[in-house]
Ligand binder design. Structure first.
Ligand code: SF4
Length: 188
């Protein structure tokens, strides 16, 4: 097996491990993994992107899947709708107080992986991050990852994928490890 195939195999194994950690948390709270992912996403992002269409693209699933999960989360009083003043069919979602409490408890589901990562050196982590951030960008270019808010795809980014990076919003040079995968200031 060549190195590319081994790395790919490693990604598959890691993805399975993360899914299984997510399932463990989901079972404890009686909600599904996609419901956990929605709650964590909503807690970390601006309300204007917390709607069914955007989150369907974010998680590469259908709008119907997101709508079903949202319906359950609203029924359980973890989410509420914020309707658009101009169109009462459009709404964004925000966490209720009990939704925020739940997120505090579940968002650490990946800690076993995080704790292992802390044992690697900065050089090793920088190398891994460099490959992963560029891979995400390239898969987005091929429409395999539909949504991404990384520097490489941002209107404020100036530079070359393989050499220097500069953010025109922050007005500073970015090192490889400063590249953001999910920036709140991202604009396409
Ligand atoms: S605004 Fe954020 S995503 Fe855009 S280049 Fe600057 S740091 Fe990167």
């Amino acid at each position: 097996m060549n190195l590319e195939a081994k790395v790919l195999n490693g990604f598959e194994r890691l993805s399975e491990a993360l899914k299984s950690l997510l399932w463990e948390k989901a079972k404890v709270h009686g909600i599904s993994p996609i419901q956990i992912q929605l709650l964590v996403f909503i807690s970390n992002h601006k309300i204007d992107i917390c709607n069914v269409s955007y989150m369907a693209k974010e998680f590469n699933v259908t709008k119907a899947t997101i709508s079903d999960a949202v319906r359950v989360l609203i029924k359980k009083e973890y989410l509420e709708k914020d309707f658009s003043p101009n169109d009462n069919r459009r709404y964004n979602l925000f966490l209720t107080e009990s939704g925020s409490e739940l997120v505090k408890d579940i968002s650490n589901y990946a800690n076993p992986v995080y704790n292992q990562l802390k044992l690697f050196s900065n050089t090793e982590l920088n190398g891994a991050f460099d490959v992963i951030s560029k891979l995400i960008y390239k898969l987005n270019q091929e429409n395999i990852i539909q949504v991404q808010r990384t520097c490489y795809n941002c209107k404020f980014y100036k530079g070359d994928l393989n050499s220097t990076h500069y953010c025109n919003l922050l007005e500073k040079e970015l090192k490889n490890q400063d590249i953001r995968l999910d920036c709140k200031d991202f604009e396409s």
